[in-house]
Structures are given as C-alpha cells and as structure tokens.
Write a protein that binds this ligand. Structure first.
Ligand code: SF4
Length: 315
C-alpha cells in the first residue's frame, strides 16, 4: 500500500511559525535537544494519563478528605512515574528521572524542576477538586462522582487519511462531548493562543470525521496557571480544517530546503537576522533549538528569508 503523508496539529503550527524549523524537525528529523521544559511536559502528561487509574473504592479517598488526599496521591504517582522503566517502539528509554537529571546542571536545578512539576500537578488537582465538589453536592457519593468525572477516552488517537492527532482526554456527558488538552508551557501566560485554538479546531474536525458528531466544546488546561480556556466550534470548521490540512500537505511536499525559508520575524526567532523585538536579545535566555544552523546558513549565504512583508507571528 502506498505511504500517505499525514499532517498533525504540531506540524502545521510549526510550519506556520517557521518553515525552516519545520524542515529541520520533520524533513531532516533533527529535533532540537531535549530541555527541562520538554521533559517536564512529557512527565506531567504521563502522570495525568494515569491519574484516573486511582482505586477510588479503596476507602483512602473520601468526600471529607479528597482535597488533601488527591494532592498526596498525585505526588506519589509522580514519584513512581519518575522511576518507571520506559520503552518506545521496543527501544528502552531512560526513566524520566534519568532524562531530567541529564539536562539539569546539578541536583539543585533538578529539584527546582521537580518543584515546578509539583506546582502544575497541584493546579490540576485544584481544578479537578472544584469539579468533583459540584458532583459530590449533586450525588452525595464520591465514588459515583469520580466515575462521572472520568474521561471516556485518554490519549485518543484521531486518525484520518491525511491527519492524525491525539486528544489528551475526551469526556462524554449525555450528548455532550468535550475534548481536553493539557499544556505545561510558560509561554502563553495570558491563557490564550491562536495556535492552541487551531489545534483544538483540528481535533474537533477529526473527531467529527470519525464519529459524525461535532464535539460540544474543546478546552486547554494551562496547568502552570490553573486556567482553563474553552472553545466552541461550529460546522464551518469542517471545510476550513480540510483546506488547512490540504494546503499544508501541498506546501510541505518538497524536500528542497530552499522551499522552507527562515521566518526571522517569528516571536521566538533568535537567529542573527531576527527582526522581532524580542528575538536576538531574548531576555529569558531562550534560544531557538535551530538557531546554530540558521546562523550558519546566514553566514554562508544559503539562507532563504521569508517574505519581508509577512506579519509577525505573535501567537
Ligand atoms: S532561529 Fe528563527 S529562523 Fe531559525 S529556525 Fe528558529 S525561528 Fe526559524
């Protein structure tokens, strides 16, 4: 069977941000080196995926202590997952603990990163307990409330012929369907992002194409801020999403690096030619993972720069 390329939300978002970064990551398969932020994001996702496996019938968590017990439970879960052996496609991976250690300068930095993870998990539990409280008020029973609040699917694959996505959680409440995604990013401090809206739109579109039902709403949980951002989409997203996916696949057909210009106006561009006011002198110390290669291409005159008239990508 012929191999068909599939788009994903992260590929589309990266291509829109900077075609050259997309080229390096998806054509050359040169991902930027792992950073504490990336590893923490994967760790937090792995923990939240298992959060609902708790044995609510054990009697440990009651309607009188759930606020504190769930905080303790998620911390225990984190300690277990940090040390758990991991594999991908049959290949052994370092544990989260080993991986995080390898990118931290010393034990102090490692502990600082773990405290950061704990803060995000605490925010998740606070949000969760607020919902649980409403269900307990309604049903009076923690077990029933817990099951009512459990996602129908976790890490649900939304696979079409030309697109694939993974929804962190899908809830079903009667006819209502809600898609949830968790973000651990520090970048989107205001809790809104066009990129995240685009990602949710594509997930809702894919869900619709598979199930013939458009999700009622889709949400991003900004774990760092304890904020949830909610979007509702109408049926016009079907044609819109089809076009976005098809345009992306056409635009990224070529293997020629010249077709993937550097977007030196991107908000997070830090190369020599960065035109964005936050770029070259990025105050937080952030560096684009591809900067070295962009600087080399600029120096040896092979860099193609994206159209000067493009607007800044300020998402
Ligand atoms: S440094 Fe700038 S031009 Fe280079 S990949 Fe990153 S965003 Fe694109």
């Amino acid at each position: 069977m012929a191999y068909t390329r599939k788009a994903s939300a992260s590929q589309i978002i990266l291509y829109n941000k900077c075609p050259f970064a997309y080229y390096r990551e998806y054509k050359l398969k040169q991902k930027p080196p792992a950073t504490p932020a990336l590893i923490k994001g994967s760790l937090v996702h792995a923990i939240l995926e298992k959060f609902y496996d708790i044995n609510i019938r054990s009697g440990r968590i009651t309607k009188y202590n759930y606020n504190t017990e769930l905080q303790l439970y998620i911390e225990e879960l984190m300690n277990t997952i940090l040390k758990e052996p991991r594999t991908r496609y049959g290949k052994t991976l370092p544990t989260f603990e080993e991986e995080l250690h390898s990118v931290c300068a010393d034990d102090f930095e490692y502990i600082k990163e773990l405290v950061d993870c704990k803060k995000m998990l605490r925010n998740f539990v606070i949000l969760y307990c607020m919902q649980l409280e409403q269900f307990i008020d309604k049903f009076g029973n923690i077990q029933q409330s817990f099951y009512m609040l459990r996602p129908k699917f976790r890490e649900l694959e939304l696979s079409l012929e030309d697109f694939v996505g993974y929804a962190d959680q899908v809830f079903k409440d009667g006819p209502a369907i809600v898609i949830d995604d968790h973000k651990s990013s520090t970048i989107f401090g205001d809790g809104f992002s066009d990129d995240h809206e685009l990602q949710l739109m594509l997930y809702c579109y894919a869900y619709y194409m598979i199930n013939d039902v458009l999700p009622t709403k889709a949400r991003i949980n900004y774990l760092r801020y304890g904020v949830r951002c909610q979007y509702r989409f109408a049926e016009d997203i079907i044609e819109k999403s089809k076009k976005i996916i098809s345009d992306f696949l056409i635009n990224t057909e070529s293997e020629d690096p010249q077709k993937y210009p550097l977007n030196v106006k991107d908000k997070f561009c830090t190369c020599k030619l960065s035109e964005h006011p936050n770029g070259k002198g990025f105050k937080s110390g952030f560096k684009c993972g591809h900067q070295k290669f962009c600087d080399e291409a600029i120096e040896n005159g092979t860099a193609v720069i994206l159209n000067e008239t493009e607007e800044f990508n300020d998402n």
